[in-house]
Design a protein around this ligand. Structure first.
Ligand code: MG
Length: 387
């Protein structure tokens, strides 16, 4: 259901006050500007690939784990709920959430770290910078421009972090990292919803994979009350249904805290419009102190119990090897890449020397799904494999 514009708070992103697109286009007939952004994201090639990209567990390990696609949908659904409750622009928040991981490499964070290491002498690799690069440059869909030509507000939300050097190269959308200002509230919410989503779905996936046990969660502040509540009401409940009843209560509590804390901070700062939000001097969307601490403990728990589990580390190690090998081979001989990437590598190398060549190799690797990267690795190394 659409949010009527009348329900939007003054500090929300309003369509008619958008900073616009890099290439001006006539307004859409039946949709808002931000709905059009969302639709362009959903129709993009990079979006379809998210289904075959790892969140924590490599895609072929099982059909029940989160992928980048289901993660992005969970982020979007959490952020939309909070946006509606706060009178913010649900369409914009949805566009940002669905696009936030478009630039992610195969194999989750292991892949991103490995590619960043390979790119160390050539400007590095950062996945949210790459998400912006996907929507600004790499998607080839329109006759009149490169990329998807999204609104400033969606691009602002996609670019979560950025070094000063990159910020200078990015112009207007990077400026807040030099001015030390904030993005709009929709962007702030999308960022926090990302954290809520992965903290909770990684517990779920960790339990499902048998890396952690439900009883280990006992040590966490955020677990106690939801568990007591479920246990009191359904003392016989066990298995998946017990896990889900607890998890949904945990998510609900964090989202409620986010909405209430943000509402109180907005009441205190009373920003008149989105520019006042940007210039508020601090983020106005956020969690209470207690929830921030609980989130931190949850992250430590996940790190020790799931992300550093030997079974996950083995996968991480293999993923690094695949990415490093692919980079070394393609960077060493760009003719091993498909023709469109070979051509791009030659053009970029003519303009930016080795850094240009490296960037195109990184674009090629970052765009791969898990299984495509594994297949390419095989095709490059195994003489018995057909190419
Ligand atoms: Mg994410």
């Amino acid at each position: 259901m659409d949010t009527p514009v009348a329900m939007l708070a003054s500090y929300a992103a309003h369509d008619d006050r958008s900073r616009g697109r890099r290439w001006p286009e006539p307004p859409p007939a039946y949709r808002s500007e931000f709905q059009r952004d969302r639709d362009r994201i959903i129709h993009s090639t990079a979006f379809r690939r998210l289904v075959y990209k790892t969140q924590v567990f490599v895609n072929h390990e099982g059909d029940l784990y989160r992928t980048r696609l289901t993660h992005s949908l969970e982020v979007s659904q959490i952020a939309r709920t909070a946006a509606r409750a706060l009178g913010l622009n649900e369409h914009l928040v949805e566009a940002i959430c669905l696009a936030h991981d478009l630039g992610h490499t195969p194999f989750g964070h292991a892949g991103q770290d490995a590619l960043n290491e390979c790119m160390r002498d050539y400007g590095g690799f950062e996945h949210n910078l790459q998400s912006l690069r996907v929507v600004d440059e790499l998607e080839e869909k329109y006759a009149e421009f490169r990329g998807l030509n999204l609104t400033f507000e969606t691009r602002e939300g996609i670019l979560k972090h950025c070094s000063a050097r990159h910020a200078r190269e990015l112009g207007e959308v990077g400026r807040r990292f030099l001015d030390r200002t904030q993005p709009g509230l929709e962007a702030q919410l999308a960022n926090l919803a990302d954290e809520i989503a992965y903290n909770h779905h990684d517990i779920d996936d960790g339990l499902r994979a048998g890396l952690i046990e439900l009883s280990e969660l006992d040590a966490l502040d955020c677990f106690g009350e939801p568990y007591e509540e479920v246990h009191a009401r359904y003392p016989e409940l066990e298995g998946r249904r017990l896990i889900y009843e607890i998890l949904r209560r945990m998510i609900n509590r964090v989202v409620t805290d986010l909405v209430e804390t943000t509402r109180a901070q907005l009441a205190g700062a009373s920003p008149q419009d989105i520019d006042a939000v940007r210039g508020a001097g601090r983020a106005l969307a956020g969690f209470s102190e207690a929830t921030r601490e609980a989130n931190l403990k949850l992250k430590h728990f996940l790190n020790a119990g799931v992300y550093q589990h030997f079974r996950v580390l083995r996968m991480t190690r293999k993923a690094r090897d695949v990415i490093e090998t692919l980079f070394e081979k393609f960077f060493g001989d760009v003719r091993l890449m498909p023709p469109e990437f070979l051509q791009a590598a030659r053009e970029e190398e003519a303009a930016l020397q080795e850094s240009g060549r490296a960037r195109v190799v990184a674009d090629y690797i970052a765009g791969m799904t898990d299984r495509y990267a594994i297949l390419e690795h095989e095709r490059i190394l195994d003489p018995r494999t057909h190419t």
